[in-house]
Design a protein around this ligand. Structure first.
Ligand SMILES: Nc1ncnc2c1ncn2[C@@H]1O[C@H](COP(=O)(O)OP(=O)(O)OP(=O)(O)O)[C@@H](O)[C@H]1O
Length: 236
């Protein structure tokens, strides 16, 4: 049976600005993404990874081409449709955690579940990322890796179909970074969420089902790993 594609992308292009100062961030990207896959995106700085993820997440708009999320063409959505898509279907994790300092871990997650249709209990989301003993801690009482795991719990508590992570371990040392990657791995396995991770660390690619490499606004390679390596075995 054919795999179901969560995204189908055709000729996706993005140009910032116009004329001689225009920046061609994406130059015609074609790719299909299988539902439930753990995807790692590699490539040098400026190669278009974040632009690609931001368009898939409905945070930015393409200049040309198409990106379908199942049957929904994100490139023809109006602003309200994109907002609904983001709210219902996408979780985001960035390098910086953006937690509210005066709220506990549980309260930071609850902020999102209050505005979702089919949310998880905050405690359940925090347990999934290994923080069931930290529910009532404030961000300042948590390590950087633990704060990032609260941010991941917040992103998945609304049960999104996809989780888009832009350098989620960029601010962490290798030990805490691996724990964050392990949390993403268990979300992908236990919830079936399709997960994208942008990273500068090629070792992270070993935990992926599929590795997509960008250069100069294009995909220059796409390969599947025969076997995923558990994040706790990654060494960098
Ligand atoms: N809002 C913007 N306005 C103008 N140019 C932009 C904007 N966002 C990105 N760019 C440019 O588009 C190109 C691709 O950037 P992008 O952030 O997608 O690359 P990246 O591969 O994610 O890089 P990094 O690994 O450094 O985050 C770069 O040349 C960047 O300067």
């Amino acid at each position: 049976m054919d795999n179901v594609h969560v995204y189908r992308v055709e000729g996706l292009s993005k140009t910032y600005g116009q004329g001689p100062t225009a920046v061609h961030a994406l130059r015609g990207v074609d790719v299909d993404i299988d539902e439930g896959h753990m995807m790692v995106l590699l490539g040098p700085s400026g190669s278009g990874k974040s632009t690609f993820l931001n368009i898939l997440g409905g945070l930015d708009r393409a200049t040309a081409g198409h990106a379908w999320f199942y049957d929904l063409d994100l490139t023809t959505c109006n602003d309200d449709e994109l907002t609904l898509y983001r709210r219902q279907s996408v979780g985001f994790v960035f390098q910086f955690y953006n937690l509210i300092a005066s709220l506990t871990a549980r309260e930071n997650v609850a902020l999102i579940t209050e505005i979702s249709d089919k949310p998880m209990e905050p405690a359940e989301a925090l347990a999934l990322v290994g923080l069931k003993d930290r529910l009532d801690h404030f961000p300042a009482q948590l390590s950087g890796g633990e704060q990032q795991r609260v941010a991941i719990a917040r992103a998945i508590a609304k049960n999104p179909r996809v989780l888009l992570c832009d350098e989620p371990t960029g601010a962490l040392d290798s030990v805490t970074g691996v724990q964050v990657l392990a949390a993403l791995d268990s979300i992908n396995r236990e919830l079936g969420t399709t997960v994208f991770i942008i990273t500068h660390n090629a070792v992270v690619a070993e935990m992926a089902d599929e590795v997509v490499s960008f250069a100069d606004g294009r995909i220059v390679s796409q390969r599947q790993n025969a076997k995923r390596k558990p994040p706790l075995e990654l060494k960098w």
